[in-house]
Ligand binder design. Structure first.
Ligand code: FDA
Ligand code: NAD
Length: 426
């Protein structure tokens, strides 16, 4: 039993949706392309799961956030794929791939062959067990990576109205979920090992700005420690979280966001790996010329910084996908990928954007007791990164443009004095 396609996209997440859209723009013929995904629904905008999906009133539900919202395109519903002759093989896990023979084997035993493969397998959430703590399967312990996880968060949240949630991890999932829990009137304590939230990106000053607001909403931060075990009652529910510092936190629910691992296992020993992902060139092509990789799983050259990076953000998933398809369909017209890293988040009424690299010395600007705060990162005499909370569309565009130019900075005090004005006038 088997089917053959010219193009196969393995994985049905954000990158898969944007790749499919680009294929149709470049003129793929009906029957040539398929998407194979373990998920049971077509690609959707994963960021909605920690934001609109968790709202107590009028929450976002499919089909409203299928891709490609970020390209301001129509939502790609099952009907759209059908109309474009793109085969969706959903609810199907690929269990092995042979890149030499150009075949994939699904968990139900079907062999699918391809001429060109795009790997868009994304990442999986790290489990507490990987840090030596058991209890992830308790019914009120939640992770958040896919729709099934998000439904579980909603159910558990509804079953513990006005109760206590412990959020493990101070990264993106932790911050966005804590805000959503508070909006649902649940008391939140966040636990993480670092000295402040969002340690991968925020400076202490930026973190303290947001932490102050979270505190004012009743969120408690327990920093510099990790959980050591759960108290679990006879029906399998966590009732409390024990921390390594010896303290105990009562819990009606737990949300865990302790990072991810890219889904590379199908390709170990077959493709070159780097930075925990699959190494690609500026055309998103792996060490096998018939195989491309995009999104969270791809480690690609970031020209601007002369380095290979693996990014875990939606903008890079969208753009690497688009670029790979352009390189496949119009090789002679497609240059090397030239990407400016872009991250954003939204929680409560906050909304921030970051461009570039958070390396080197930091200059803060704006009003840290008001609504607009920002920062620049200066490395080797050049501005390499920028952050802004509460900006306008024009201000964010100016920030992106300036960061891409990597202007030389001779006088840091002057940059600090000009603040946002520097980016707007460059
Ligand atoms: P993605 O994870 O989207 O998709 C991977 C797909 O591959 C899934 O469908 C999976 O089932 C499938 N798959 C994997 N292995 C398979 C196999 N063996 N067989 C079949 N299918 C397989 N970023 C940002 O910039 N701003 C934001 O606000 C947010 N918010 C956000 C919220 C939440 C809750 C999450 C989990 C993540 C974000 N992100 C984000 C990150 C962003 O969503 C992420 O970078 C992209 O989804 C990555 O897209 P990919 O397509 O690479 O992977
Ligand atoms: P993350 O890497 O942002 O944060 C992981 C956090 O885990 C760290 O900040 C740390 O506080 C914590 N941690 C690590 N080890 C721990 C331990 N033993 N005990 C307790 N805490 C520990 O990862 P995440 O928040 O889990 O997010 C998952 C993925 O989803 C990431 O790829 C992220 O980029 C993506 N995401 C992005 C956004 C966004 O861009 N706005 C939003 C949500 C999710």
């Amino acid at each position: 039993m088997g089917r053959a396609f010219v193009y196969v996209i393995l994985g049905g997440g954000v990158a898969a949706g944007y790749a499919a859209l680009e294929f149709t723009k470049k003129g793929v013929s009906p029957g040539e392309l398929c998407i194979i995904s373990e998920e049971t629904v077509p690609p959707y905008e994963r960021p909605a799961l920690s934001k609109g999906y968790l709202l107590p009133e009028a929450p976002a539900r499919l089909p409203s956030f299928h891709t490609c919202v970020g390209a301001n395109e129509e939502r790609l519903t099952p009907k759209w794929y059908k109309e474009h002759g793109i085969e969706l093989i959903l609810g199907t896990r690929v269990k092995s791939v042979d890149v030499r023979r150009k075949t994939l084997l699904t968990a139900v035993g079907e062999t699918i062959s391809y001429k060109i493969l795009i790997i868009a397998t994304g990442a999986r959430a790290l489990k507490l067990e990987e840090f030596g703590v058991s209890g992830s399967d308790a019914e009120n312990v939640c992770y958040l990576r896919d729709l099934a996880d998000a439904n579980r968060v909603v159910d558990v949240m509804q079953s513990c109205a006005s109760g206590n949630a412990v959020v493990i991890g101070g990264g993106y999932i932790g911050m966005e979920c804590a805000a959503s829990l508070v909006t649902n009137r649940i008391n939140v304590t966040m636990v993480f090992p670092e000295v402040h939230c969002m340690a991968r990106l925020f400076t202490p000053k930026i973190a303290s700005y947001y932490e102050g607001y979270y505190n004012s909403k009743g969120v408690r931060f327990v920093k510099g420690t990790v959980l050591s075990s759960f108290e679990i009652d006879p029906i399998g529910k966590v009732t409390a979280v024990n921390l390594r510092d010896g303290s105990q936190l009562p819990a009606d629910m737990v949300v865990v966001g302790i990072g991810i691992r890219p889904n590379t296992s199908l390709f170990e020993g077959q493709l070159t790996l780097e930075k925990g992902g699959i190494k690609v060139n500026g055309r998103m092509q792996t060490s096998n010329t018939s195989v491309y990789a995009v999104g969270d799983v791809a480690a690609f050259p970031v020209k601007l910084f002369g380095e290979t990076r693996r990014l875990e953000h939606v903008d890079s998933a969208r753009k690497t996908a688009k670029h790979a398809v352009a390189a496949i369909m119009e090789p002679e017209k497609t240059d090397e990928f030239d990407y400016l890293p872009f991250f954003y988040s939204r929680f409560f009424t906050f909304s921030w954007q970051f461009y570039g690299d958070n390396a080197g010395e930091v200059v803060h600007f704006g009003d840290y007791s008001g609504n607009t705060i920002g920062a620049y990162w200066i490395s080797k005499g050049h501005l390499v990164g920028s952050f802004l909370e509460g900006g306008t569309k024009e201000e964010y565009e100016a920030l992106a443009k300036t960061t891409r130019l990597k202007p030389a900075i001779d006088d840091i005090t002057e940059l600090e004095r000009q603040g946002l004005g520097f980016a707007v006038t460059v």
